[in-house]
Design a protein around this ligand. Structure first.
Ligand code: SAM
Length: 345
């Protein structure tokens, strides 16, 4: 049976087990690349099943490592499989898989953070944004150190409809440290609600698939891992530039335990902070005594729309940086005043 539960026409021939591949190529996990491997093919099949029916789909796998998930993807009878792996030691093992699935696998030794996925699939796969997702899927048991910057980068790509989303609403099935996954899916008012919750949910339908206990990995990480599936929304819930949304959301969550007006206040220079924060909150119809975690996406939409208008009216406002103002204030406090210099003379 295919990973989707449908009959697959393709099956990999008998191969050494993942454990044997690890021994054969001496693939000792290295910490700085967040290497934790999955050896149990029932589990890798389960991960791939959660990506949906992959028969004839063009798939990109991030960080295939010794190739457990790679085998499950190939057994799902995909059209083509692009593998992006940073660590050169894994390439010979992946080549062995490639030979077992002739013409299907393309291996790239590279960094997924800089690799240009917009050039990786045939043009004919491109769909209109409003259409169903294209016949493309991104899958990965992501390295922990890369997962948050990568998803933020890809969310920005979703908002711009570029990168892997030049083909349309490309779905992604990716693992995260359990705590990060909980933030990605957190609803309004929960403890895990954070910047990542808003940034992911205003652009995508975000679905928690299942949690994999740390013991399932070799070596065992200190945390559990959760598989999350993202499908970009036809209509983003906030229709403002990504960087503007990011600035509003980051500011709002700056002081997590305080009322939201504290964080939102840092969007404005000190001299006008009180007045402008009041104007922002009143016009956006947001209660200033809510905590950041209690703000809904609709609240953020209104805040972003009003902040955008304020930025249009004051062209210097978007460039204002709270931290820079603080730094300058500190520096000015340290500098001796002219009077002091005069006195010393
Ligand atoms: N997919 C394999 C599995 O499930 O057993 C390995 C997963 S391991 C958590 C993460 C993999 O990503 C490793 O193979 C690591 O070398 C690779 N990796 C780390 N940083 C990367 C990057 N920036 N770009 C591409 N691959 C990366």
């Amino acid at each position: 049976m295919a990973a989707s539960g449908q009959v697959a026409n393709f099956r990999l021939p008998p191969l050494p087990t993942i454990g044997e591949i690890i021994k054969l190529f001496r693939l000792r996990a290295v910490k700085h690349l967040s290497q934790n491997f999955l050896l149990d093919l029932r589990l890798t099949d389960k991960i791939v099943r959660h990506a949906g029916n992959l028969k004839d789909v063009y798939v990109c796998e991030v960080g295939p490592g010794p190739g457990g998930i790679t085998r499950s993807i190939l057994n799902a009878d995909v059209a083509k499989l692009l593998l992006v792996e940073k660590d050169a030691r894994f390439i010979p093992g992946l080549q062995m898989l490639s030979e077992a699935a002739p013409g299907k696998v393309h291996i790239v030794q590279g960094n997924i953070l800089t690799y240009r996925l917009e050039r990786s699939f045939p043009k004919h796969l491109q769909k209109k944004w409003e259409d169903d997702p294209p016949n493309i899927h991104i899958i990965g048991n992501l390295p922990f150190i890369v997962s948050t910057p990568l998803i933020v980068k890809w969310l920005e790509n979703v908002s711009m409809r570029d990168g892997p989303f030049i083909y349309g609403r490309t779905p992604m099935t990716l693992t995260f440290q359990k705590e990060v996954a909980e933030r990605l899916i957190a609803s309004t008012g929960t403890r895990q609600r954070s910047r990542l919750s808003i940034m992911s949910q205003y652009l995508c339908h975000v679905h928690k698939c299942f949690t994999i206990p740390g013991q399932a990995f070799i070596p065992k990480p200190e945390v559990d891992v959760t598989l999350v599936r993202f499908t970009p929304l036809v209509q983003p819930k906030i229709e403002q530039p990504f960087k503007l949304v990011e600035k509003v959301v980051q500011s709002a969550f700056q002081f997590r335990r305080k009322y939201c007006h504290h964080g939102l206040g840092i969007l404005f220079p000190e001299a006008v902070r009180l007045e402008k924060t009041k104007q922002l909150l009143m016009t956006a119809d947001v209660d200033p005594t809510l905590c950041p975690a209690q703000l809904s996406i609709f609240n953020f939409k209104n805040l972003c729309d009003v902040y955008r208008k304020m930025c249009d009216e004051d062209p210097n406002l978007f460039a204002y940086n709270f931290r820079e103002e603080l730094r300058e204030k500190k520096l000015n406090r340290k500098k001796p005043s002219h009077c002091d210099e005069d006195n010393q003379l």
